[in-house]
Design a protein around this ligand. Structure first.
Ligand SMILES: NC(=O)c1ccc[n+]([C@@H]2O[C@H](COP(=O)([O-])OP(=O)(O)OC[C@H]3O[C@@H](n4cnc5c(N)ncnc54)[C@H](OP(=O)(O)O)[C@@H]3O)[C@@H](O)[C@H]2O)c1
Length: 321
């Protein structure tokens, strides 16, 4: 890892633990058997560790994501890895290719927390982050005292960072509300996994403030689910693609490394997640560690942000394949 970077790159398992996930790829010819996915996941995890990645993010809804990570962790016993998982979504697609309907079902109940914690806690003591998966006002969790008390209990017993993850055009409002939640006069949430990238920067100020308070910020979807790559279906990003192209030539890296470095240089979060689905993507993503932008370049990229409503409406139309 580059020594002078405040942000570490972590690896997320959303695209590794199940055969179908949000993306905009056109080539779908990979082997989608569970065996092939497990082999690929282990090779990506090994390569990541070899290249200096120490934080790994998963969730029960990432198919075999938790099981693969746990097995890899048990087999290798690396003393310095940090694991994070979530609770609140269940994977229901059952490795069925072309599964119609939602692949993951949300339930922010005490029953679901207790059920999923029984499995996830097996990742202790490497498990350090335990997050409410996709906190929203609608799920009512911020007012659900029994769930909040249970999370506080887990925090007391294990010392885990209890966090939330957010998605949607009101990420900022959800974070502000979560920051106020306390149990027995102690603030509950100390880690925030949030979408932030060149197109979606609406959480910039609140995340800066959170970091100043010493809380943890983990950035997901730094590549806007692949939308940062030049794509004729997204003409409204053509100005941004020009800038990405210019910088990618200058630094001799792909658009992915430019987008990841933007997160690191503009926000300096605790971690930014690579969502690489294979070793090649991972090595390309990690090139973000080898350079940094001038202030002028950063300003150019900052100007690529779009209205969050537009960003999230568009994300809602991306396919799972
Ligand atoms: N808490 C939550 O609700 C939540 C939601 C989303 C993500 N996350 C976490 O954040 C992590 C990262 O997010 P994400 O994967 O959803 O989004 P992302 O990082 O914006 O996009 C990742 C996708 O970009 C493509 N990609 C990456 N490097 C590439 C390269 N060099 N060349 C071509 N394509 C490349 C891959 O698509 P292909 O697979 O199509 O090749 C990959 O799946 C996840 O693994 C997960 O841990 C959490």
């Amino acid at each position: 890892m580059k020594k002078n970077s405040k942000t570490q790159i972590g690896l997320g398992l959303a695209a590794l633990g199940r055969p179908e996930y949000i993306n905009i790829r056109t080539d779908n010819s990979i082997d989608k058997s569970e065996e092939a996915f497990k082999k690929n996941t282990f090779s990506v995890l090994n390569e990541a560790y070899k290249l200096g990645v120490r934080y790994f993010d998963t969730a029960p809804s990432y198919g075999k994501g938790e099981a693969f990570l746990q097995e890899w962790n048990d087999v290798n016993s690396h003393s310095d890895v940090v694991l994070g998982t979530k609770w609140g979504y269940t994977y229901v697609a059952n490795w069925e290719l072309g599964f119609e309907g939602k692949h993951e079902v949300k339930e922010h109940s005490l029953k679901k927390l207790v059920e999923q914690w029984q499995v996830s806690k097996q990742m202790l003591p490497k498990l350090k982050y335990y997050q409410v998966h996709s906190e929203t006002f609608e799920s009512g969790i911020l007012e659900n005292e029994t769930v909040l008390n249970q999370l506080s209990q887990i925090k007391k017993e294990t010392g885990l960072h209890i966090g939330i993850t957010t998605s949607g055009s009101n990420q900022k409002e959800v974070i502000v509300a979560a920051l106020k939640v306390s149990v027995e006069n102690e603030l509950l949430f100390d880690s925030f996994q949030v979408t932030y990238n060149i197109f979606e920067q609406s959480t910039f100020s609140i995340l800066k403030a959170i970091l100043k308070q010493g809380k943890k910020v983990i950035i997901k979807e730094a590549l806007a689910n692949g939308r940062v790559f030049q794509n004729e279906n997204f003409q409204h990003y053509s100005e941004a693609y020009k800038i990405l192209n210019q910088l990618s030539k200058k630094y001799e890296v792909g658009f992915d490394a430019i987008a990841l470095r933007f997160v690191m240089d503009s926000l300096q979060p605790t971690y930014v997640l690579s969502g690489a689905s294979n070793k090649l993507q991972l090595t390309q993503n990690l090139k973000a560690l080898n350079f940094s932008f001038t202030l002028e370049e950063l300003e150019l990229l900052k100007a690529s942000q779009v209205n969050p409503e537009l960003y999230w409406t568009e994300r809602g139309f991306l396919l799972w394949n």
